[in-house]
Design a protein around this ligand. Structure first.
Ligand code: GLU
Length: 493
């Protein structure tokens, strides 16, 4: 029987959940789902100074928003420090590690010397072969020590087949006897991370490329502890369009998952976008339902080449990667309207213009209106900005629409009230009737219907573009349309 797949997402809670971390989490989650395995969320909080409660909460919230689910309560690495120390102890006892009593000054000096001689800047192994007697003497005088792993001597190499990068090899002679426990007794991350993966029975380590530097060392730890080695899949870097590595320092909040949530992204759309940042199918499929994605996902599809996240923070139209925006727009416009309703509702609540009637008597109208106006929208926030006139009487008028569609035509000062009167007089406020009113009036006054239509659109919605005007009039409703047309003459004052 195949072994059950167990993967983990192991963030260090030292900041917000960023797109790189989210992508790693999503790949692990998809792989667990695909294989019927389990995903563990392991918070690597052993760096007490940099880890914060706020960051843990942010990561958990971000994952929940994305819909990434894990299978047990989160593990906290800090709870297992004693296990990491015990593992180091076992390595000492089995002769795979040794105590190094060299002082910091001595080590600095050796490094300096090596630099001068242009030799390998690598621990020279002074304490590697101390006799038990010498060790006993040093221990007796309570000399501080660190613990180093004994890297095999000779010509060999650590090698493994990365699921993404293929064969990776590092010669023993290029790895120094690295530290696994500090002089204050604290285990190093490279040890803790490996010991946790062993304890948790991790079968596949799917992580960012930055983990690759640790992998050869960790393989030595696995071997020294006699543990089964998991498979490794390291993901390529994400670069911006200028080939700089994506980072919080360089790019700011734009790399944070919460930024997208606040800007009106649908979580699944964002997952879809992130997945494609470094993974693809042979057919280059772009849009996936959850089931399709789980079905299509495999480690083989992870790209070796670095991916590009086309940050355009200085471009107001594309404040982020245009592909992220177009995928979001796709979902926003095409999902069943009921599926986007909760996200739209959340925007209304945030903007303080939610009306419980939208879920009550006006529910059908609400859904129909969302459906009508969403075709030009890219973000859920658009419903309360560009679309606010449909839901509230307090809406802004786009200055360009005002100028081009209203102020340019002095005649509207006269025509708006007439149009308002005629629309008010309608028994049946239908698309057909309203259209007749507008067309007849245009004929009668010998003006282009477009002037009335565009003027009415600007007066009624505050926008220069939108759905067909007669749909708009119907959605906004007779009373409000009439009132807004009458009020529009004040624009000329
Ligand atoms: N805690 C590490 C990080 O946040 C993850 C290392 C790993 O996945 O092995 O970068």
């Amino acid at each position: 029987m195949e072994k059950e797949v167990i993967v983990r997402f192991a963030p260090s809670p030292t900041g917000y959940l960023h797109i790189g971390g989210a992508r790693t989490a999503i790949y692990n989650w998809l792989f667990a789902k695909k294989t019927g395995g389990r995903l563990i969320l392991r918070i690597e909080d052993t760096d007490a100074e940099r880890s914060t409660e706020e960051s843990i909460q942010g990561i958990v919230d971000g994952l929940k928003w994305l819909g990434v689910t894990w299978d047990e309560d989160p593990y906290f690495q800090s709870k297992f420090i004693q296990e990491h120390i015990d593992a180091a102890q076992r390595l000492l006892e089995s002769g795979h590690a040794y105590k190094c009593f060299c002082t910091k000054e001595e080590l600095d000096q050796k490094r300096e010397q090596a630099r001068k001689e242009k030799g390998a800047i690598k621990y020279d192994g002074t304490c590697r072969n101390l006799t038990p007697e010498k060790i006993a003497v040093k221990e007796k005088s309570n000399l501080p020590y660190i613990i180093r792993l004994k890297v095999p001597n000779g010509e060999g190499a650590v090698s493994f087949r990365d699921e993404v990068y293929g064969l990776i090899e590092k010669k023993y002679k290029d790895i120094e006897d690295f530290v696994i426990v500090r002089s204050n007794g604290q285990p190093l991350y490279v040890l803790s991370n490996a010991v946790d993966d062993i304890r948790d029975g991790i079968t596949h380590v799917i992580r960012g490329q930055d983990g690759l530097a640790n992998t050869p060392k960790q393989l030595l730890i696995y071997n020294a502890l006699g543990a089964d080695v998991p498979k490794f899949a390291h993901m390529s870097l994400t670069l911006d369009s200028k080939k700089a590595k994506i980072s919080k320092r360089r790019h700011g909040e734009i790399v944070a998952v919460h930024f997208y949530r606040e800007r009106g992204f649908l979580p699944w759309a964002f997952v879809n976008f992130l997945v494609l940042l470094g993974w693809s199918t042979p057919e280059s499929q772009q849009i996936f339902s959850k089931e399709e994605l789980i079905d299509a996902f495999s480690l083989k599809g992870i790209n070796k080449a670095n991916s590009v996240f086309d940050v355009r923070k200085d471009d107001p139209k594309f404040f982020t990667d245009p592909k992220a925006i177009s995928i979001n727009a796709h979902y926003l416009r095409n999902l069943p309207v009921e599926e986007i309703e909760p996200y739209v509702k959340a925007e209304f609540e945030k903007a303080g213009i939610w009306d419980p009637e939208f879920e009550g008597e006006k529910h059908n109208w609400f859904l129909n209106t969302i459906d009508l106006i969403r075709n030009r929208f890219n973000f859920t926030t658009d419903f309360v900005t560009l679309g606010s006139a449909y839901f509230s009487d307090d809406f802004p008028i786009d200055p360009k629409a005002l100028k081009k569609n209203i102020l340019k035509h002095e005649g509207l000062k006269e025509w708006f009230p007439v149009l308002a009167d005629r629309l008010e007089a309608l028994q049946d406020f239908t698309m057909e009737e309203t259209e007749n009113v507008v067309r007849d009036m245009a004929d009668e006054y010998e003006i282009k219907a477009g002037i009335l239509i565009n003027g009415a659109r600007a007066a009624v919605t505050g926008q220069a573009v939108g759905p067909g005007i007669f749909d708009v009039l119907l959605a906004v409703g007779q009373d409000r349309v009439v009132e807004r047309l009458r009020k529009a003459v004040t624009f000329f004052e």
